[in-house]
Write a protein that binds this ligand. Structure first.
Ligand SMILES: [Zn+2]
Length: 262
C-alpha cells in the first residue's frame, strides 16, 4: 500500500488504526487505493454465503437455453481474466432488468435483463460491469468501511481466521449495500475493457444504456438503474472510453476470439 494516499470515506481515526494493525488497503485495476480490512478469503466466504441466501430466497431458472446462453457470455469474459476465482453464474427468474456479482466469483443474472440486453454483446456489457466491481474489490472497501464503523478497527484486525458472525454481517451487507457513483464509473471503464478483450463489441455498452433508459421511461423502472448513474452521463463517459476499447475488441477478433452465444 501507499501510505501517502488518503481515505476520505474512512475517516482519520480508522485510517490511523488501520495502518497500524494490518495491510489495510488494496489498489483497484485503475490504480485507485481503497480501505481493505478483510482478507480475500473472508470476502469470498461472505460472497458465497450471500449467494447461497439468494439461491434459497429466489427462483433459479431451469430454462436450459437461457442458462447456456448466459453461461456462454460469462465464460467468454471470465476465461480472459487473471483471477483466483472459479467463476459461476446463476440465472434467477425475476422480471427486473438486473444482474450482480459477488466476491468469490458468484454472478447472478435476472431473466428480466434479457429483455433489455438484446444480444450477446449487450449482455456482456452488463456482466463485464458486474465482474469489474468484484475485480476492483469495491465490496471489500464497502464492507471494510461498514464493519469498521460497526465493530471498530481493532476488533476487525484482531480476528484471526473466520468469525461466523462477521462473515454473516458481511454477507448481509453484500446483499443490501448499493455501490457509490465512483465505483460505478470505474466498473463501467473496467467492464468495457473486459468485454472488448473477450471479443464482444464495446459499442454495445452504449446501446444497452439507451435500452435501459427507454425501459425506465416506460413506467416500470429498471432496478439496475436505481443504484447507478444517470444513463446520459454514463453513455457520454462510455463513448469517451471507446478509443481504448475498440482496438482491444479488434485485436481479439483478429486473434479469432469471436464469441457466438445465442
Ligand atoms: Zn454497478
Amino acid at each position: 500500500m501507499n501510505t501517502s494516499n488518503s481515505y476520505r470515506a474512512a475517516g482519520i481515526p480508522i485510517l490511523v488504526a488501520a495502518i497500524m494493525v494490518v495491510s489495510a488497503c488494496a489498489t483497484s485495476p485503475t490504480g485507485r487505493s481503497q480501505l481493505k480490512l478483510v482478507s480475500d478469503s473472508q470476502m469470498a466466504e461472505m460472497g458465497a454465503q450471500a449467494f447461497a441466501q439468494m439461491r434459497q430466497q429466489q427462483t433459479v431458472s431451469r430454462d436450459a437455453r437461457i442458462n447456456s446462453y448466459v453461461r456462454c457470455v460469462t465464460d467468454a469474459i471470465t476465461r480472459t481474466l487473471d483471477s483466483p476465482y472459479k467463476w459461476q453464474v446463476e440465472v434467477f427468474q425475476d422480471d427486473s432488468a438486473n444482474a450482480f456479482a459477488l466476491p468469490g466469483g458468484h454472478i447472478g443474472v435476472h431473466t428480466g435483463l434479457l429483455a433489455v440486453a438484446q444480444d450477446q454483446h449487450q449482455l456482456a456489457a452488463v456482466i463485464g460491469h458486474e465482474i469489474a466491481h468484484v475485480m476492483a474489490e469495491h465490496s471489500a472497501a464497502q464492507v471494510s468501511n461498514q464493519l469498521a464503523t460497526q465493530l471498530g478497527v481493532q476488533a476487525l484486525a484482531g480476528m484471526s481466521g473466520v468469525s461466523p458472525e462477521i462473515i454473516g454481517m458481511g454477507a448481509n451487507l453484500l446483499l443490501v449495500m448499493p455501490y457509490g457513483r465512483r465505483d460505478e464509473s470505474e466498473a463501467d471503464a473496467i467492464g468495457l475493457q473486459y468485454m472488448a478483450e473477450a471479443g464482444f463489441d464495446p459499442r454495445a455498452a452504449v446501446a444497452l444504456w439507451h435500452n435501459m433508459a427507454a425501459q425506465s421511461g416506460g413506467g416500470r423502472s429498471a432496478e439496475f438503474l436505481s443504484t447507478h448513474p444517470a444513463p446520459a452521463t454514463r453513455i457520454r463517459d462510455l463513448e469517451q472510453l471507446m478509443p481504448q476499447a475498440l482496438p482491444a475488441f479488434q485485436q481479439a477478433q483478429a486473434r479469432g476470439v469471436r464469441p457466438a452465444c445465442r
